[in-house]
Design a protein around this ligand. Structure first.
Ligand code: DX5
Length: 237
C-alpha cells in the first residue's frame, strides 16, 4: 500500500461535539453536516483516564440517524478494549484509543479492526512517536494531542509541532495510508502550524462553535488555512 505524502492526504475538518449545546445535540449534528464538516468526533471521557466525564455509546446512537457523516469515538478511557463493540454498534466508524490507556495496544488495535471499524491511536503530549513504531501496520489514523486531554477550550501546544512532523515521517516510512489528526486548541490562529507540520485531520471544538461567522464560515476558514499551509492549494498571497 503506497503511503500518501503529507500534502496528498486530504484535509478534513472534524468538529468535536464537546463544545456543542448538549440540550440540542441532534440539531447541532445536523447543522455541522450542513456547515460542511467531514466527520464528527465524540470525546468520550471516563473520569479516570482524564479528569472529566462526558457521554457514552447511547448518546452517540441517539443522533446516528440524523446525519450521514462518519463518527469517530475518541476514547479517553482506561482499558477501552471492553467497550469497542458498544461504540461500533452506536454507529462509530473510527475508534481512537490512547496508547497510555492500553496494556495490550497491539491486541486492542487488532480487535478494533475485527469489529469492522477503523483503528486509530492517540498520543498524549508527553508520549513520543516511538510508542507506536511497532503498530503502524495496524493503524488507519494517528491522533497527536495538542493539549492535555480532558477539556475543551485549552491553549494549543505549539511544542507539539516537531512531534507532528516526526509522526508524519513515521507514516511516510510505513508506506501505509494513515491519516494524521490533531486535537486541542485548533483555531484559525493555530491550524496552519499543525498543517505545515504534516497533519491532515483537524479536530476543533471551542474555536469552531464560537466563530463569529458561524459554523459554515468557521469550517470554510479552517479548511482554507489548513490547505494553504499544507501546500494543498496555491496560497493567494
Ligand atoms: C480534549 C478534547 C478537546 C476537544 C477539542 O480532551 O479532545 O481537544 O476535542 O476541544 P477544543 O477545540 O476546544 O480545544
Amino acid at each position: 500500500m503506497l503511503s500518501r505524502s503529507p500534502s496528498s492526504r486530504p484535509v478534513e475538518i472534524v468538529p468535536s461535539t464537546l463544545a456543542a449545546d448538549f440540550s440540542r445535540l441532534g440539531d447541532e449534528v445536523a447543522t455541522l453536516e450542513r456547515a460542511g464538516a467531514d466527520r464528527i468526533q465524540w470525546d468520550v471521557m471516563d473520569g479516570e483516564f482524564v479528569p472529566n466525564l462526558t457521554f457514552g455509546p447511547d448518546v452517540i446512537a441517539s443522533v446516528r440517524s440524523i446525519t450521514s457523516l462518519p463518527f469517530e469515538a475518541h476514547l479517553m478511557v482506561n482499558s477501552p478494549a471492553a467497550l469497542l463493540r458498544r461504540f461500533v454498534d452506536a454507529g462509530c466508524e473510527f475508534l481512537i484509543v490512547h496508547v497510555e490507556a492500553c496494556t495490550h495496544l497491539h491486541r486492542t488495535l487488532g480487535q478494533i479492526r475485527e469489529t469492522g471499524a477503523s483503528p486509530g491511536v492517540a498520543l498524549n503530549p508527553a508520549t513520543g512517536p516511538e510508542a507506536i513504531a511497532h503498530v503502524m501496520d495496524l493503524l488507519d489514523l494517528v491522533l497527536v494531542m495538542t493539549v492535555n486531554p480532558g477539556f475543551g477550550g485549552q491553549r494549543y501546544l505549539t511544542s507539539m509541532e516537531p512531534k507532528i512532523a516526526e509522526v508524519s515521517r513515521l507514516i511516510e516510512e510505513s508506506g501505509r495510508d494513515i491519516d494524521l489528526e490533531v486535537d486541542g486548541g485548533i483555531s484559525p490562529a493555530t491550524i496552519g502550524g499543525a498543517a505545515a507540520a504534516g497533519a491532515n485531520l483537524f479536530v476543533s471544538g471551542s474555536a469552531l462553535f464560537s466563530h463569529p461567522g458561524g459554523l459554515r464560515e468557521a469550517t470554510k476558514e479552517l479548511r482554507r488555512l489548513a490547505e494553504e499551509r499544507s501546500g494543498r492549494r496555491e496560497d493567494p498571497g
